[in-house]
Ligand binder design. Structure first.
Ligand SMILES: Cc1nc2ccc(C(=O)N[C@]34C[C@H]5C[C@H](C[C@H](C5)C3)C4)cc2n2c(-c3ccccc3Cl)nnc12
Ligand SMILES: [Mg+2]
Length: 344
């Protein structure tokens, strides 16, 4: 659990401004995974402070510090779905709110902004590095709990977040009114469940429609759709950074996928090609993921908010690099050793 010393260390020192951590910290170019691990918890407090949320919602710094430490301890250490992923997702959500001035312009309410930040921190809590379909195939405890509703892992992440919020001295939201707190919980549920990419694909056509007709901040459905879109944009944001950083993160993801594929084979099941280290041709799989899932996300965000053109340009540049890599490696040469050689 979290000791008193750890909390004191976090709340005693004055929280520096975000630019203290790096001069580019507030820029879409900044790669948050480069921040040393001990700085990630103070950086969370700095971002929340910088967004004016401490004052606006009269958040208790001490319980926010304890909550932050409990959340980071709530992550396991698989190659990709660990605390550093949650931190980098939270950082991108911060960039969107800060650089697009979403609350200041009345696009989102401050409560929706708070829910986006807190959900980003919690959205993959206690992830085991395996997918929803693997929970069902392996008959896991989580599948027995949630498979009838779908989004098995996401429901577990939400349950873990609720559990931490209800831990004494961790409920930093105690000064919210009853209706604000109820609305916050509804928002957190919606946002965390929206991180299931299958859900994103279900609302993609509606998202395109909003981008087409223009965002109407008086329309509650537009608010819901936008916070889901921004959460997915934050979740995939590693792919909007410089080529070497994005490629390195893709390597972590495939290490996780291939471990699952090995487990599935050991169980006598056939893994998806993208999880099978014998069959996967990563450049091709990445081009598919970028074209079908990731690039449309940043295209729609940039259409709604021209100030977000940079991540859109950057992910298109990364697509060009994957295409170059595919041509260099053409279909896996028989003599090639492993799928991961593209990362050499
Ligand atoms: C770089 C990169 N590549 C990725 C390649 C593939 C997939 C992926 O889940 N594909 C799909 C493919 C179809 C339709 C749906 C549901 C399932 C069947 C599985 C999605 C994710 C990828 N991903 C994520 C990511 C985002 C959210 C949750 C988990 C992860 Cl790993 N974050 N970054 C990346
Ligand atoms: Mg997830």
């Amino acid at each position: 659990l979290v000791t008193k010393e750890e909390v004191d260390r976090l709340v005693q020192v004055d929280v520096p401004p975000p630019s203290h951590f790096h001069r580019d910290f507030n820029s879409f170019r900044y790669f948050p995974r480069q921040l040393p691990d001990p700085c990630t918890s103070p950086a969370i407090l700095s971002m929340v402070e910088s967004l004016g949320m401490i004052t606006k919602f009269r958040l208790s710094r001490e319980s926010l510090a304890r909550f932050t430490l409990m959340v980071r301890k709530g992550y396991r250490d698989p190659p990709y779905h660990n605390w550093l992923h949650a931190f980098s997702v939270t950082h991108f959500a911060f960039l969107l709110l800060q650089n697009l001035q979403l609350v200041e312009r009345g696009v989102l309410t401050s409560l929706e902004a708070l829910a986006l930040i807190v959900s980003s921190m919690c959205h993959d809590l206690d992830h085991r590095g395996t997918t929803n379909s693997f929970q069902v195939a392996s008959n896991s405890v989580l599948a027995s709990l949630y498979s009838s509703e779908g989004s098995v892992m996401e429901r577990h992440h939400l349950a873990q977040a609720m559990c931490i919020l209800n831990t004494d001295d961790c409920n930093f939201l105690e000064n919210l009114s009853r209706e604000e707190y109820t609305k916050f919980l509804d928002l957190m549920r919606e946002i965390i469940l929206a991180t299931d990419l299958a859900h994103h694909l279900r609302i993609l056509s509606e998202l395109r429609q909003v981008a087409e007709e223009g965002y109407d901040s008086a329309n509650p459905r537009h608010h819901d759709l936008l916070i889901c879109l921004l959460m997915t944009a934050a979740d995939l944001s590693d792919q909007t950074k410089d080529w070497h950083s994005s490629k390195h993160v893709a390597e972590l993801i495939y290490k996780e996928f291939f471990t699952q594929g090995d487990l599935e084979k050991a169980m006598g099941n056939m893994p998806l090609e993208m999880m099978d280290r014998e069959k996967a041709f990563i450049p091709e799989l990445q081009l598919q993921f970028l074209d079908d899932v990731a690039i449309p996300v940043y295209e729609i965000v940039a259409k709604l908010f021209p100030e977000a053109d940079e991540p859109y340009s950057s992910i298109k540049a990364n697509r060009r690099n994957w295409s170059r890599l595919r041509d260099v490696y053409k279909r896996r040469k028989p003599e090639s050793t492993s799928s991961l050689e593209v990362f050499e």
